[in-house]
Structures are given as C-alpha cells and as structure tokens.
Design a protein around this ligand. Structure first.
Ligand SMILES: [Zn+2]
Length: 172
C-alpha cells in the first residue's frame, strides 16, 4: 500500500482548503491513483487509459467536483477545523479510485456506499485463488462495512471486461 500512501500524502497536502487549485488537485489526484493502480495490477505503467478507464475516471472526478462545489460555497461559514476535515475527505476519496482500478469487477469498493464515507479504511485483499476478502480496519464500526466482511469471500464478476480492457491497452 506504499504507492497509495504516497498518493494520499500528496493529495492531502494539496487539498487543505477550497481554492482555485483544489478542483485541479482533485482531478490530478484521481488520475494519478488510476495510473498507479493499473501499474500495480499489470506491472507496467500505462502510457494512456482505455476508453472504459477514461470514462471511469471522468465519472469519479465529476462526482467529486459536484460535492466539492457545494463545499466551496459553504466553507466561508465553517470553522477552520471543519474545513480542514472536509477537505481531507476529498484526498481520501482517491482510495476508492485506486481500489476500483487495482481490482476491477468487485461488487463495491472502500468508501463507496458506506456510512463511513471516505473515512473508510477497509481494503480488498486478493486471496490469490480468484477470491477476495473485504478486510476491515481495526477500528471499523460502520454497519455496511461489517456486513460486507460477514459475507466474505467475494469473487470478480467481470473478468471478461477486465481482460478486454487489458487487451485493448496492449494494442495501443
Ligand atoms: Zn469501511
């Protein structure tokens, strides 16, 4: 997880408070997370993204910016601590992007559809036999994440799609 930790450290350094650079920082961080995850998955830093990967990235950034713009409007009425905490959530959101590109085809990803939101510290563990385990954080208390762990193990649903994406890249 060192690669992801480096990306998280950089992102949180760039996302301290709303400002003209933060929209760009969000887009850059999700892009970097996408490339890094593909490199982890395939062993090769991609020169570019497949159409599906580009669309995923665009959608993830657009979703973040939608929330970010509301946050930027409200930030003037918030305390410094609240602003910092909220800004940090945008940096943390790259965990979801990273996890989704690292192991495509799993039914959900950390920070997605849970009460813990981007504070989620859960992760997918590749069991090496085609199955994956949803690993809880030691301090995990979010109901959805506990429920997910109780349904371990999981398997990739769209192996074919992933193979197709990798094949498309190989042709570029
Ligand atoms: Zn969680």
């Amino acid at each position: 997880m060192t690669v992801l930790n480096n990306l998280l450290a950089r992102a949180s350094g760039e996302m301290k408070a709303p400002g003209k650079d933060m929209r760009k920082a969000i887009a850059t961080a999700h892009s970097a997370a996408t490339y890094a995850a593909i490199k982890e998955r395939t062993g090769i830093m991609p020169k570019g993204l497949s159409r599906a990967e580009r669309n995923d990235l665009k959608a993830r950034v657009a979703e973040q910016l939608k929330y970010y713009d509301k946050f930027a409007e409200q930030a003037g009425d918030m305390s410094d601590a609240a602003v910092a905490a909220r800004a940090g959530m945008y940096a943390n959101a790259i965990r979801t992007t990273y996890a989704a590109e690292r192991n495509p085809g799993l039914p959900f990803y950390p920070g997605e559809g849970t009460e813990c939101l981007t504070n989620c510290r859960c992760s997918w563990q590749d069991d090496g036999d085609g199955s994956f385990t949803w690993v809880l954080d030691a301090k995990e208390s979010c109901v959805t994440c506990l429920d997910r762990a109780s349904n371990n193990p999981y398997s990739i649903e769209t192996k074919a799609i992933k193979a197709q994406t990798d094949q498309e890249r190989a042709m570029h």
